[in-house]
Design a protein around this ligand. Structure first.
Ligand SMILES: Cc1ncc(COP(=O)(O)O)c(C=O)c1O
Length: 424
């Protein structure tokens, strides 16, 4: 590695990384350092080109450095990096976002998914006057205290059930249930319904690998929340604008009370949002008593990237293409495994996918945990050597961008086929 970047980083940055999954803990070896990206490809610091399926963990719907987004960012930056004051662009962004996702009657812009979800929970608690929340095992909602219990993503990778430093009282207010288990939800609502502020869910789970909601699950959550007066929060930091030009709530015809967004809406810049019912959102300061603020909230450079991304989505929606590429990839990967009899199942929705090393597709965290993580680690490292960069953990989601081509997918399927046939 050029100048031994990881050793230098480890001296100054805990674990050498600024976000734990980047440490390659689940797959071994030294993390890769990126210097640039263009379309579907990355350039590493040691001069390798990689075909990228990590996509910065989801934001890059149009691939790296899309010219329209880069130009919007450059123009906004030249006008000023931050004002800490209101801008015309944030009004335009709010208008565009709410037009594309009308269940967001009002929105508040923030800088990260964590901040959006943390605020949505505080708002749910402030609005209902209740403390408890239901979340689902393996769903990750950012790293705020209430939500770092039985979470997915980097905690799963690191084998951490709950972060140190989370006050016991907050952990106790978080009720953890299995994903896709409506009977468990009904039971919890019967027991805790009067104290329940919110049910929060990833409507398609992306942080224990990709796991799809079974048909009655989301509608059942809506009914359960209505029954006890809790708010339903869809955490759409991954799913928002991933599967269509709107939220997954709109695509599935289930209307949550609050929705959190991040990743894609910022086009690669730190931009996130929470939005939903007008009467709930009106409880946020300065209208209401639930406090939230941010020096860089609605940052004009990030908002410019967001507007450029929404414009690209409206002018040239990539979803049919992503679905077709995703179908090609999953079919190719499943066929390659079937040929040699490896227990394997690539789960996918649109252009999002997870290759699970197990015979049948998981529907919850317990099942996902049964997969062969050692085989996944071996697979990840083989693919990296072939110039294909996947998310460095079994419990993450890969993303195809609009910049990928059928030839890229063919190249990937060929590499996976080689791995299956040559592995010891
Ligand atoms: C569903 C979900 N919610 C919230 C977050 C937190 O977002 P951020 O990393 O921007 O804080 C993530 C991050 O991966 C996520 O996947």
């Amino acid at each position: 590695m050029k100048n031994d970047l990881f050793s230098r980083a480890q001296k100054l940055i805990p674990g050498g990384v600024n976000s734990p999954v980047r440490a390659f803990g689940a797959v071994g070896g030294s993390p890769v350092y990126m210097v640039s990206g263009s379309g579907a490809h990355l350039q590493t610091a040691d001069d390798h080109q990689l075909l990228d399926y990590c996509g910065s963990w989801g934001p890059l719907l149009f691939g790296h450095a899309h010219p329209a987004i880069v130009e919007a960012v450059q123009r906004a930056a030249a006008r000023g990096m931050s004002f800490g004051a209101n801008t015309p662009a944030e009004v335009e962004f709010a208008e565009r976002l709410t037009a594309m996702a009308p269940s967001l009657e009002m929105v508040r812009l923030v800088s990260s998914g964590t901040e959006a979800v943390m605020t949505a929970l505080r708002l749910a608690r402030g609005f209902t006057g209740r403390d408890k929340i239901i979340k689902f095992a393996g769903c990750y909602h950012g790293h705020s205290d209430s939500l770092l219990v039985n979470a997915g993503s980097g905690l799963l990778t690191g084998g951490i059930a709950s972060s140190a430093g989370v006050p016991a009282a907050l952990a106790a207010a978080t009720i953890i249930l299995p994903y896709n288990d409506l009977a468990a939800v009904d039971q919890a609502v019967a027991l805790h319904g009067d104290d329940l502020a919110a049910i929060i869910v990833e409507p398609v789970a992306g942080n224990m690998g990709l796991i799809l909601p079974e048909p009655p699950f989301l509608a059942g959550l809506r009914a359960a929340a209505d029954r006890c007066g809790a708010l339903l929060i869809f955490d759409e930091v991954i799913t928002g604008f991933r599967f269509g030009p709107t939220t997954y709530g709109h695509l599935s015809h289930i209307t949550p009370d609050l929705t959190t967004l991040g990743k894609i809406i910022g086009g690669g810049m730190p931009l996130a949002a929470l939005g939903g019912r007008r009467n709930v959102m009106s409880a946020l300061a300065p209208l209401g008593k639930v406090y939230q603020a941010g020096t860089l909230s609605g940052n004009p450079v990030a908002v410019a990237a967001g507007i450029a991304t929404l414009t690209l989505i409206e002018n040239d929606p990539p979803y049919a293409r992503l679905d077709s590429l995703g179908r090609q990839l999953a079919a190719g990967l499943n066929a390659a495994a079937a040929k040699v009899g490896t227990p394997f199942h690539c789960l996918r929705e649109g252009g999002a996918f997870t290759p699970f090393f197990m015979a049948s597709p998981p529907t919850n965290l317990d099942q996902a945990m049964q997969c062969d993580t050692a085989a996944h680690a071996q697979f990840f490292n083989y693919m990296l050597k072939q110039g294909i960069y996947l998310p460095p953990s079994q419990f993450e989601t890969g993303f195809i961008s609009a910049a990928h081509t059928p030839a890229d997918i063919e190249q990937t399927v060929a590499a996976v086929t080689d791995w299956h046939t040559t592995r010891p």
